[in-house]
Design a protein around this ligand. Structure first.
Ligand SMILES: NC(=O)c1ccc[n+]([C@@H]2O[C@H](COP(=O)([O-])OP(=O)(O)OC[C@H]3O[C@@H](n4cnc5c(N)ncnc54)[C@H](O)[C@@H]3O)[C@@H](O)[C@H]2O)c1
Ligand SMILES: O=C(O)C(=O)C[C@H](O)[C@H](O)CO
Length: 274
Protein backbone atom coordinates (compact mmCIF):
# COMPACT_ATOMS: atom_id res chain seq x y z
CA UNK A 1 0.00 0.00 0.00
CA UNK A 2 1.27 3.49 -0.77
CA UNK A 3 0.32 6.42 1.42
CA UNK A 4 -0.20 9.39 -0.84
CA UNK A 5 -0.02 12.90 0.61
CA UNK A 6 -3.18 14.74 -0.39
CA UNK A 7 -4.94 18.05 0.06
CA UNK A 8 -2.29 20.33 -1.41
CA UNK A 9 -3.40 20.51 -5.04
CA UNK A 10 -4.35 24.11 -5.92
CA UNK A 11 -3.48 25.39 -2.44
CA UNK A 12 -1.36 28.49 -1.87
CA UNK A 13 1.76 28.32 0.29
CA UNK A 14 4.00 31.14 1.51
CA UNK A 15 7.63 30.31 2.32
CA UNK A 16 9.79 33.02 3.89
CA UNK A 17 13.55 33.21 3.45
CA UNK A 18 13.50 31.03 0.32
CA UNK A 19 15.64 33.18 -1.98
CA UNK A 20 18.83 31.13 -1.90
CA UNK A 21 19.55 28.02 -3.95
CA UNK A 22 21.30 25.90 -1.30
CA UNK A 23 18.71 26.42 1.43
CA UNK A 24 15.92 24.77 3.35
CA UNK A 25 13.44 27.46 2.23
CA UNK A 26 14.11 26.78 -1.44
CA UNK A 27 13.69 23.00 -0.91
CA UNK A 28 10.38 23.53 0.90
CA UNK A 29 9.11 25.85 -1.85
CA UNK A 30 9.99 23.30 -4.55
CA UNK A 31 8.58 20.27 -2.69
CA UNK A 32 5.32 22.12 -1.91
CA UNK A 33 5.05 23.00 -5.61
CA UNK A 34 5.66 19.37 -6.52
CA UNK A 35 2.80 18.46 -4.15
CA UNK A 36 0.50 20.88 -6.01
CA UNK A 37 0.84 24.27 -4.30
CA UNK A 38 1.27 27.67 -5.84
CA UNK A 39 4.09 29.28 -3.88
CA UNK A 40 4.92 32.76 -2.65
CA UNK A 41 8.68 32.90 -2.21
CA UNK A 42 10.08 35.67 -0.06
CA UNK A 43 13.56 36.95 0.52
CA UNK A 44 15.23 40.11 1.73
CA UNK A 45 17.23 42.52 -0.35
CA UNK A 46 18.46 44.78 2.38
CA UNK A 47 19.31 44.74 6.04
CA UNK A 48 16.94 47.09 7.87
CA UNK A 49 19.15 47.14 10.95
CA UNK A 50 22.20 48.10 8.89
CA UNK A 51 24.06 45.12 10.31
CA UNK A 52 27.44 44.86 8.55
CA UNK A 53 27.17 41.64 6.60
CA UNK A 54 25.70 40.38 3.37
CA UNK A 55 23.34 37.84 4.94
CA UNK A 56 20.25 39.79 3.94
CA UNK A 57 21.40 40.80 0.47
CA UNK A 58 22.23 37.19 -0.34
CA UNK A 59 18.70 36.25 0.69
CA UNK A 60 17.32 37.82 -2.47
CA UNK A 61 19.96 36.73 -4.97
CA UNK A 62 18.40 33.48 -6.24
CA UNK A 63 14.72 34.28 -5.74
CA UNK A 64 13.91 34.39 -9.46
CA UNK A 65 15.63 31.04 -10.01
CA UNK A 66 13.57 29.47 -7.23
CA UNK A 67 10.42 30.99 -8.75
CA UNK A 68 11.38 29.45 -12.12
CA UNK A 69 11.75 26.03 -10.50
CA UNK A 70 8.23 26.34 -9.09
CA UNK A 71 6.84 27.40 -12.50
CA UNK A 72 8.65 24.51 -14.19
CA UNK A 73 6.54 22.22 -11.98
CA UNK A 74 3.40 23.79 -13.46
CA UNK A 75 2.54 25.95 -10.46
CA UNK A 76 2.27 29.70 -10.03
CA UNK A 77 5.15 31.46 -8.25
CA UNK A 78 5.16 34.90 -6.70
CA UNK A 79 8.57 36.21 -5.60
CA UNK A 80 8.29 39.05 -3.05
CA UNK A 81 10.89 41.11 -1.19
CA UNK A 82 9.83 41.07 2.45
CA UNK A 83 11.71 41.70 5.66
CA UNK A 84 9.76 39.55 8.14
CA UNK A 85 10.74 41.74 11.08
CA UNK A 86 8.93 44.72 9.49
CA UNK A 87 5.22 44.83 10.41
CA UNK A 88 4.23 46.89 7.36
CA UNK A 89 6.18 44.66 4.97
CA UNK A 90 4.47 41.57 6.39
CA UNK A 91 1.00 43.14 5.98
CA UNK A 92 1.96 44.03 2.38
CA UNK A 93 3.07 40.43 1.79
CA UNK A 94 -0.34 39.16 2.94
CA UNK A 95 -2.15 41.70 0.73
CA UNK A 96 -0.09 40.79 -2.35
CA UNK A 97 -0.55 37.07 -1.74
CA UNK A 98 -4.32 37.38 -1.55
CA UNK A 99 -4.53 39.91 -4.43
CA UNK A 100 -2.38 37.89 -6.81
CA UNK A 101 -2.99 34.26 -5.81
CA UNK A 102 -6.45 34.58 -4.28
CA UNK A 103 -6.01 32.73 -0.98
CA UNK A 104 -3.57 31.32 1.58
CA UNK A 105 -3.45 27.79 2.98
CA UNK A 106 0.09 27.04 4.16
CA UNK A 107 2.57 29.41 5.81
CA UNK A 108 6.17 28.32 6.36
CA UNK A 109 8.10 30.65 8.66
CA UNK A 110 11.60 29.73 7.60
CA UNK A 111 13.46 33.07 7.48
CA UNK A 112 16.14 33.38 10.14
CA UNK A 113 19.52 34.85 10.88
CA UNK A 114 22.27 34.09 13.35
CA UNK A 115 25.23 36.21 12.35
CA UNK A 116 26.45 38.59 15.01
CA UNK A 117 25.28 36.09 17.64
CA UNK A 118 27.28 33.08 16.41
CA UNK A 119 30.02 31.72 18.65
CA UNK A 120 29.79 34.72 20.98
CA UNK A 121 29.50 34.09 24.73
CA UNK A 122 26.79 36.08 26.52
CA UNK A 123 29.34 38.25 28.33
CA UNK A 124 30.61 39.48 24.95
CA UNK A 125 27.30 39.62 23.10
CA UNK A 126 26.36 43.04 21.71
CA UNK A 127 22.80 44.19 22.39
CA UNK A 128 22.44 45.01 18.68
CA UNK A 129 23.29 41.43 17.72
CA UNK A 130 20.86 40.00 20.29
CA UNK A 131 18.09 42.37 19.10
CA UNK A 132 18.72 41.59 15.43
CA UNK A 133 18.61 37.80 15.83
CA UNK A 134 15.50 37.97 18.02
CA UNK A 135 13.81 40.48 15.67
CA UNK A 136 14.19 38.30 12.59
CA UNK A 137 13.72 34.87 14.11
CA UNK A 138 11.10 35.44 16.81
CA UNK A 139 9.39 38.79 16.13
CA UNK A 140 9.34 37.88 12.42
CA UNK A 141 7.63 34.55 13.11
CA UNK A 142 5.14 36.33 15.39
CA UNK A 143 4.35 39.05 12.80
CA UNK A 144 3.89 36.48 10.03
CA UNK A 145 1.76 34.22 12.23
CA UNK A 146 -0.47 37.08 13.41
CA UNK A 147 -1.07 38.52 9.93
CA UNK A 148 -1.65 35.22 8.12
CA UNK A 149 -3.63 33.57 10.96
CA UNK A 150 -6.07 36.50 10.95
CA UNK A 151 -6.61 35.87 7.25
CA UNK A 152 -6.89 32.09 7.66
CA UNK A 153 -9.57 32.56 10.34
CA UNK A 154 -11.64 34.81 8.06
CA UNK A 155 -11.07 32.53 5.05
CA UNK A 156 -12.64 29.80 7.20
CA UNK A 157 -11.10 26.70 5.60
CA UNK A 158 -8.44 25.80 8.13
CA UNK A 159 -4.73 25.91 7.32
CA UNK A 160 -1.25 24.82 8.30
CA UNK A 161 1.44 27.05 9.79
CA UNK A 162 4.91 25.51 9.92
CA UNK A 163 7.63 27.23 11.90
CA UNK A 164 11.21 26.24 11.14
CA UNK A 165 12.85 26.17 14.56
CA UNK A 166 16.02 24.18 15.31
CA UNK A 167 17.26 21.50 17.66
CA UNK A 168 19.33 24.46 18.88
CA UNK A 169 16.11 25.71 20.50
CA UNK A 170 16.01 22.53 22.64
CA UNK A 171 19.73 22.01 23.17
CA UNK A 172 21.16 25.47 23.74
CA UNK A 173 24.87 25.51 23.12
CA UNK A 174 27.65 27.72 24.44
CA UNK A 175 28.05 30.69 22.13
CA UNK A 176 24.58 30.45 20.61
CA UNK A 177 22.46 32.24 23.22
CA UNK A 178 20.61 34.63 20.91
CA UNK A 179 19.92 32.06 18.20
CA UNK A 180 18.95 29.30 20.66
CA UNK A 181 16.67 31.64 22.67
CA UNK A 182 14.98 32.77 19.46
CA UNK A 183 14.38 29.19 18.34
CA UNK A 184 13.10 28.15 21.80
CA UNK A 185 10.76 31.15 21.56
CA UNK A 186 9.54 29.92 18.17
CA UNK A 187 8.64 26.57 19.78
CA UNK A 188 6.74 28.33 22.56
CA UNK A 189 4.89 30.51 20.03
CA UNK A 190 4.04 27.33 18.12
CA UNK A 191 2.47 25.83 21.24
CA UNK A 192 0.41 28.95 22.12
CA UNK A 193 -0.90 29.48 18.60
CA UNK A 194 -1.72 25.78 18.11
CA UNK A 195 -3.95 25.99 21.20
CA UNK A 196 -5.56 29.26 20.10
CA UNK A 197 -6.18 28.36 16.46
CA UNK A 198 -7.23 24.72 16.70
CA UNK A 199 -10.92 25.65 16.81
CA UNK A 200 -10.47 27.16 13.34
CA UNK A 201 -8.87 23.94 12.02
CA UNK A 202 -5.59 25.81 11.73
CA UNK A 203 -2.71 23.56 12.73
CA UNK A 204 0.59 25.01 13.92
CA UNK A 205 3.74 22.90 14.12
CA UNK A 206 7.47 23.46 14.33
CA UNK A 207 10.20 21.52 12.59
CA UNK A 208 13.51 21.38 14.44
CA UNK A 209 16.21 20.54 11.93
CA UNK A 210 19.61 19.35 13.04
CA UNK A 211 22.66 20.21 11.00
CA UNK A 212 21.54 20.52 7.41
CA UNK A 213 23.73 20.98 4.37
CA UNK A 214 22.97 24.53 3.22
CA UNK A 215 25.10 27.56 2.41
CA UNK A 216 25.32 28.20 6.15
CA UNK A 217 27.75 25.29 6.51
CA UNK A 218 30.26 26.59 4.00
CA UNK A 219 32.64 27.88 6.64
CA UNK A 220 32.96 24.57 8.54
CA UNK A 221 36.47 23.19 8.31
CA UNK A 222 36.35 19.57 7.24
CA UNK A 223 38.38 18.21 10.14
CA UNK A 224 36.26 19.87 12.84
CA UNK A 225 33.25 18.94 10.87
CA UNK A 226 34.00 15.23 10.56
CA UNK A 227 34.68 15.09 14.30
CA UNK A 228 31.38 16.82 15.05
CA UNK A 229 29.44 14.50 12.78
CA UNK A 230 31.08 11.39 14.20
CA UNK A 231 30.43 12.46 17.79
CA UNK A 232 26.88 13.74 17.43
CA UNK A 233 25.04 12.26 14.49
CA UNK A 234 23.98 8.62 14.85
CA UNK A 235 23.12 8.39 11.16
CA UNK A 236 26.68 9.46 10.36
CA UNK A 237 25.91 12.41 8.12
CA UNK A 238 24.30 15.83 8.05
CA UNK A 239 20.83 16.22 6.55
CA UNK A 240 19.81 17.60 3.19
CA UNK A 241 17.39 20.50 2.71
CA UNK A 242 15.08 18.13 0.85
CA UNK A 243 14.86 15.83 3.88
CA UNK A 244 13.63 18.77 5.96
CA UNK A 245 11.25 19.75 3.15
CA UNK A 246 9.61 16.30 3.17
CA UNK A 247 8.63 16.86 6.82
CA UNK A 248 7.14 20.24 5.90
CA UNK A 249 5.09 18.77 3.05
CA UNK A 250 3.74 16.08 5.39
CA UNK A 251 2.76 18.68 8.01
CA UNK A 252 1.03 20.76 5.32
CA UNK A 253 -0.92 17.79 3.96
CA UNK A 254 -4.28 16.27 4.94
CA UNK A 255 -2.43 13.24 6.30
CA UNK A 256 -1.23 15.44 9.21
CA UNK A 257 -4.79 16.59 10.00
CA UNK A 258 -4.49 15.47 13.63
CA UNK A 259 -0.99 16.81 14.24
CA UNK A 260 -0.70 20.22 15.86
CA UNK A 261 1.42 21.96 18.48
CA UNK A 262 4.45 19.72 17.89
CA UNK A 263 8.14 20.50 17.57
CA UNK A 264 9.42 17.69 15.35
CA UNK A 265 13.14 16.94 15.34
CA UNK A 266 14.45 16.15 11.85
CA UNK A 267 18.05 15.74 12.83
CA UNK A 268 19.58 12.36 11.94
CA UNK A 269 18.92 11.12 15.48
CA UNK A 270 20.97 13.77 17.28
CA UNK A 271 18.28 14.42 19.90
CA UNK A 272 16.54 11.31 21.18
CA UNK A 273 13.63 10.74 23.58
CA UNK A 274 14.32 10.76 27.28
N1 LIG B 1 21.14 24.67 8.02
C1 LIG B 1 21.02 24.16 9.24
O1 LIG B 1 21.88 23.38 9.69
C2 LIG B 1 19.82 24.46 10.09
C3 LIG B 1 19.62 23.72 11.26
C4 LIG B 1 18.54 23.98 12.06
C5 LIG B 1 17.64 24.97 11.70
N2 LIG B 1 17.84 25.68 10.56
C6 LIG B 1 16.85 26.70 10.23
O2 LIG B 1 16.37 26.46 8.93
C7 LIG B 1 15.98 27.69 8.33
C8 LIG B 1 16.66 27.87 6.98
O3 LIG B 1 18.06 27.92 7.18
P1 LIG B 1 19.11 27.63 6.01
O4 LIG B 1 20.13 26.74 6.58
O5 LIG B 1 18.42 27.26 4.76
O6 LIG B 1 19.84 29.04 5.89
P2 LIG B 1 19.59 30.33 5.01
O7 LIG B 1 20.41 31.38 5.66
O8 LIG B 1 19.78 30.03 3.59
O9 LIG B 1 18.03 30.64 5.22
C9 LIG B 1 17.52 31.72 5.96
C10 LIG B 1 16.95 32.74 5.01
O10 LIG B 1 16.29 33.78 5.75
C11 LIG B 1 16.58 35.00 5.13
N3 LIG B 1 16.40 36.15 6.01
C12 LIG B 1 17.27 36.64 6.91
N4 LIG B 1 16.75 37.73 7.50
C13 LIG B 1 15.52 37.91 6.96
C14 LIG B 1 14.50 38.86 7.17
N5 LIG B 1 14.63 39.86 8.04
N6 LIG B 1 13.36 38.75 6.44
C15 LIG B 1 13.23 37.75 5.55
N7 LIG B 1 14.17 36.83 5.30
C16 LIG B 1 15.30 36.92 6.01
C17 LIG B 1 18.02 34.88 4.68
O11 LIG B 1 18.33 35.84 3.71
C18 LIG B 1 18.03 33.44 4.16
O12 LIG B 1 17.65 33.40 2.81
C19 LIG B 1 16.32 28.78 9.34
O13 LIG B 1 15.16 29.06 10.12
C20 LIG B 1 17.37 28.12 10.21
O14 LIG B 1 17.44 28.69 11.49
C21 LIG B 1 18.91 25.47 9.75
O1 LIG C 1 20.10 25.59 13.91
C1 LIG C 1 21.15 25.35 13.33
O2 LIG C 1 21.65 26.10 12.46
C2 LIG C 1 21.89 24.11 13.62
O3 LIG C 1 22.83 23.81 12.96
C3 LIG C 1 21.41 23.26 14.72
C4 LIG C 1 22.60 22.73 15.46
O4 LIG C 1 22.79 21.42 15.05
C5 LIG C 1 22.43 22.82 16.92
O5 LIG C 1 22.32 24.18 17.27
C6 LIG C 1 23.58 22.15 17.62
O6 LIG C 1 23.44 22.26 19.01
Amino acid sequence: MTVELTGLDGKVAVVTGAGRMRSIGRAIAVELARAGCDVVITGTGRDPSGYPDDEQAAGWRDIDSVAEEVRALGRRALPVVCDVSDEVAVEDLLARTVDELGRVDVVVNNAAASRGGDRVPVVDLEVEAWDRVLAINLRGTFLMTRAFARHLVVQGEGGSIINISSIGGKLSGAGTAAYSASKAGVQSLTSSTAKELGKHRIRVNAICPGVTETGRLDDQSSETWQAYVAANLPLGRVGTPQEVAYAAVFLASDQAAWVSGQAWNVDGGQLTVR
